[in-house]
Ligand binder design. Structure first.
Ligand SMILES: [Cu+2]
Length: 538
């Protein structure tokens, strides 16, 4: 049994069922901060001298906030993709990044603008690719859709969590080269939620996003505004991710050591960044705040808590508000997941509070030494969330999550339903119909699966007999349905699928007909080849 596998089992025993749904690598990531050497399953790679991020002084940089991009009176915004050099820590030289910024903006922070939008008000974004002609991270030309016969730098933008017609959704093959732009039309006929935008170019997006091509978009509606939640400067985006740096402060992305196939199955960086600063501080007043959390890491799951056992309330997840606030002490945030939190600093005048990932403080809240603001009472209910009834289900699809390994167990490729991206679509849900999709995880990883265009509800998870399934003896369950985490009961667009478990979601294909996709949001998995088309048919 591998060390990480044992770690997983010990953790399951220690944390009980709440943590059993997390899986092997999520646990491994909580337990260790691996250096990039550990991510190289093949020949040793010649490493540059690395920056030891954990030796950098923490909390020396103020956490910046993204510039806000409001649409003009016609609902239009123009955003370019640019290379910048940004200071990510006081003691680290400027780092080359690729970022989005409003066209004409002198912003060199590398922090993409926060798009503010209204439910039901169409948004039109011109996305302009003004990136260099060559990539500065190790492109794997052997991945399909990634050959040497096409431009080396390609981009396309997906507004994650949006219900968007297919021609504006950022289909991975709809990429365009530097010097070109596209205007996407987002009807935004959906409820308030924390959305985000990021690159989705075929075979490249794990590198483009590692380079910095992501940003947050907040969709608001009247129902949410009527709740009187903390707003303006008391509502704060927290965009979390991890990176590795070479000693000169440049991004380091590991390689397998095989020049013809540098892809790695996943890896974690030892530097944790929030809003583009390594372990920053943030000054707050002694009062209630609302934080919009987003995990934009390639592979890392964040296990978050506050220091000194301080609690918080989760009020929203991927697709907007929960039905009621949940008092919590720990939050697991998979890649691409969002969490909307309320944190009360009103009893902490003059004190410090830390946001932790595992045992590591990653953000220092400095509470002003002033009298607390008037008490804020959290609304007891947030919105009605009707559970989608099983009677509405037109069909159930069973989809396996698969991994191919070489003779010594190195991951070579991952699949959905044993098929690759370029094979023809096999899922054709009818527009407006409701289906159950059950994900049978035959791998050792947790896969955060994402469906484009739709929101869904998580139904349940059950342990199953992997050995019997592999030997064509059918699906034999080894447990009853495991209880969902209470914060999984809202509308979602990411579902964590742990190993050796069947995870079921119920989804209504409301929206638009056409070609979409679903994929694992561990970006290395997605690139090779855990991504499949599906087509909504009218
Ligand atoms: Cu995955």
């Amino acid at each position: 049994m591998s060390r990480t596998r044992r770690t997983f089992l010990h953790q399951v025993a220690a944390f009980g069922i709440a943590s059993a749904a997390l899986g092997r690598r999520a646990f491994a990531q909580q337990m260790t901060m691996p250096m990039p050497q550990s991510s190289q399953p093949h020949a040793p790679q010649k490493l540059p001298r690395m920056l030891h991020n954990l030796e950098l002084a923490p909390f020396v940089d103020a956490m910046p906030l993204p510039a806000v991009a409001h649409p003009d009176t016609n609902g239009r915004i123009r955003i370019g993709m640019h290379e910048v050099h940004a200071k990510l820590h006081r003691d680290v030289p400027p780092t080359r990044l690729w970022t989005y910024k409003a066209i004409g903006s002198p912003d060199q922070s590398g922090l993409a603008p926060l798009i503010e939008a209204r439910s039901g008000q169409p948004l039109h974004v011109e996305w302009s690719n003004q990136l260099p002609q060559h990539h500065f991270l190790p492109v794997d030309f052997s991945l399909h859709g990634c050959g040497r016969d096409i431009p080396e730098v390609r981009a396309c933008v997906h507004l994650h969590g949006s219900k968007t017609p297919p021609d504006s959704d950022g289909y991975p093959e709809d990429w365009y080269a530097p010097g070109k732009s596209r205007t996407a039309h987002y009807p935004l006929q959906q409820e308030a939620a924390t959305l985000w935008y990021h690159d989705h170019a075929m075979g490249l997006n794990r590198l483009n996003m590692y380079a910095g091509l992501f940003g947050m978009a907040i969709l608001r509606d009247d129902a949410e505004a009527a709740l009187g939640l903390p707003s303006s400067k008391y509502e704060v985006p927290l965009i979390l991710f991890d990176r590795n740096f070479s000693a000169d402060g440049q991004l380091f992305y590991p390689s397998s050591g095989k020049p013809e196939h540098p892809w790695v199955p996943e890896f974690e960086g030892d530097a944790i960044l929030i809003n583009n600063k390594i372990r920053p501080y943030f000054e707050v007043e002694p009062r209630m705040y609302r934080f919009r959390l987003l995990n934009t890491a390639n592979s890392r799951f964040f296990q978050l808590s506050l220091s000194a056992g301080h609690g918080f309330h989760q009020i929203g997840s991927d697709q907007g508000l929960l039905s009621a606030p949940l008092p919590m002490k720990h939050l697991l945030l998979a890649p691409a997941e969002r969490a909307d939190l309320l944190i009360d600093f009103s009893t902490l005048s003059g004190q410090k509070l830390h946001l932790l990932h595992g045992a590591l403080p990653i953000l220092e809240f400095r509470v002003a030494n002033i009298s607390p603001s008037a008490a804020y009472s959290i609304p007891s209910t947030l919105r009605q969330i009707e559970r989608t009834p099983a009677s509405r289900v037109a069909r159930t699809r069973t989809i396996t999550l698969d991994e191919a390994v070489d003779h010594i167990g190195n991951s070579m490729q991952m699949y959905l339903d044993k098929k690759r991206w370029h094979e023809p679509a096999t899922e054709f849900p009818k527009l407006g119909s409701t289906e159950i999709w059950e994900f049978v995880n035959l791998t050792e990883d947790v896969h955060p699966l994402h469906l484009h265009m739709v929101r869904f509800q998580i139904l349940d998870r059950r342990l199953f007999d992997v050995f019997a399934y592999r030997n064509n003896n059918g699906l034999h369950y080894l447990s009853d349905a495991l209880p969902l985490e209470p914060n999984e009961m809202g509308w979602k667009d990411i579902v964590q699928c742990p190993p050796e478990i069947v995870t079921r979601i119920i989804v209504t294909f409301d929206g638009y007909p056409g070609k979409y996709l679903y994929h694992c949001h561990v970006l290395e998995h997605e690139a090779n080849d855990m991504m499949r088309p599906f087509e909504v048919v009218a």
